[in-house]
Design a protein around this ligand. Structure first.
Ligand code: PMT
Length: 409
């Protein structure tokens, strides 16, 4: 898969530096913009000119180089990068990172980085097995650095063991496999999400409601935000908070949720109906507290308007994703809702079971969507916490909504 990643590629001074030419070539082939930074020692093993020709950019090495500082200072360079890859990383360079030394451009960039950092160690097998090196590796891992390799095999010095730098294709494959999922797959899109329960008042102190906590809908809102979307959240009464970047509109009843969603749906790219909206509400609300004078009490309820079906029926409709909460025949009911409500996608979950569904930290989804004129595709998103599940569902929505967009991210 290709992607327009900005990759800051650091080369430190070991014999495996000769592989850096192939790393740059493969990264460029994947569509990455590559800026190469070399340590002084790295330039003894491969010339900057080679990496400049392959990356199409001047190679940087000096922390206080007037020209390169002018082009992009080290903080801006660190911010420019989506990913930093350091390969080969020598024992000396790894120790610098572990101790926070910043005495050259590459170690300074490592310290200034806020993006994911991948390090591919390369050194003699005896050096690799030294406890002090292993301590540094463990410390950097604990700081969130991703280690790639090293591999076992014959070494340049003639010894055999663990310490060879991973092959360029393996480095590039791992970075792409791990970064693709974190890319902003909804960049430039707007997502409207409904979450939580509704409350249908019976009298001034009582209401009909359900067990929805809002966790699923709020997790989706956060995942959509992290995926680069502008997010509007129509929330029933819950105790959760949302990040300030999310526009939240609080509602109470199904009718209020209907008005809030329908007023905004056409101006959004995607609508996700994760709210547990009341299907029925009392025909009248008593103006005073209902007294317990009788042995039985009959409530007359009327059907609420179906928000999801009406969003899907708008002339200028967003990509419309419904939920289905079922206690039996999950797939049958979900596919019936997909078709009857004319949805683009439906995410079905079991409710009323031991795990998942209402007011649980966990959930699993059976997702169905249309493909072509008649076909229905499906995917199981297995039981996990709602935050991770939401990230998977958002990625799937992005893939189905705009395959071209995600193929390029
Ligand atoms: O909030 P949590 O505690 O995290 O729980 C999550 C959840 C179980 C509530 C959530 O995952 C979920 O399943 N939400 C949909 C619940 C529901 O109302 O399902 P349904 O099968 O009854 O409704 C189908 C769809 O129609 C839903 O998208 C619902 O939002 C929508 N609907 C229903 C009635 C109505 N009047 N208008 C609607 O838009």
């Amino acid at each position: 898969m290709t992607a327009n990643l900005n990759i800051l590629y650091g080369v430190s001074g070991g014999i495996a530096a000769y592989k850096s030419a192939e790393v740059v070539r493969l990264l460029r082939k994947r569509g990455a913009q590559v800026r190469v930074v070399m340590t002084e020692a790295a330039m003894q093993f491969i010339t900057p000119l080679t990496l400049q020709a392959l990356s199409g950019q001047p190679v940087l090495s000096q922390l206080l180089d007037a020209d390169s500082e002018h082009a992009m200072d080290h903080i801006r360079l660190a911010r420019w990068a989506d990913v930093i890859l350091i390969a080969p990383a020598t024992a000396d360079f790894i120790a610098k990172c572990r101790h926070g030394l910043a005495d050259d451009l590459l170690s300074t960039l490592y310290l200034a980085a806020t993006c994911p950092v991948y390090i591919a160690p390369a050194m003699n097998q005896a050096m690799w097995s030294k406890p002090v090196v292993q301590d540094s590796i463990q410390t950097l891992r604990a700081h969130g650095v991703q280690m790639i390799g090293p591999e076992a095999g014959e070494q340049a010095c003639g010894e055999v063991g663990l310490g060879r730098m991973s092959e360029p294709s393996a480095l590039v494959d791992q970075i792409y496999a791990e970064c693709i999922d974190q890319l902003p797959c909804l960049q430039g899109l707007s997502v409207l999400i409904s979450a939580g329960p509704t409350r249908e008042p019976l009298d001034p102190v009582r209401y009909l409601s359900n067990r929805s906590s809002g966790k699923m809908g709020y997790a989706l809102a956060k995942a959509a935000l992290a995926a680069g979307a502008k997010v509007t959240l129509i929330s029933g009464p819950v105790t959760l908070s949302a990040p300030v970047e999310i526009e939240r509109i609080s509602v109470e009843t199904a009718a209020e949720m209907y008005d809030a969603v329908l007023a905004r749906a056409s101006s959004h790219s995607i609508y996700i109906g994760a709210a547990a909206v009341a299907d029925y509400s009392p025909v009248t609300m008593a103006s005073c507290k209902i007294k317990k004078n009788e042995q039985t009490l009959t409530l007359v309820l009327q059907k609420t308007r179906d928000i999801l079906a009406d969003v899907a029926a708008l002339p200028s409709r967003p990509f419309t994703v419904g939920f289905a909460a079922e206690t039996h025949a999950l797939e049958d009911y979900a596919s019936a809702k997909l078709i009857e409500k004319n949805l683009d996608m439906i995410a079905a979950n079991w409710v009323g079971q031991a795990q998942g569904g209402f007011d649980s930290e966990l959930n699993a989804l059976h997702v169905l969507w249309r493909e072509g004129s008649n076909g229905i595709c499906q995917k199981q998103l297995p039981m996990t916490n709602k935050s991770l599940l939401a990230q998977h569902l958002i990625r799937l929505i992005a893939d189905v909504f705009n395959p071209q967009l995600t193929a390029n991210t």
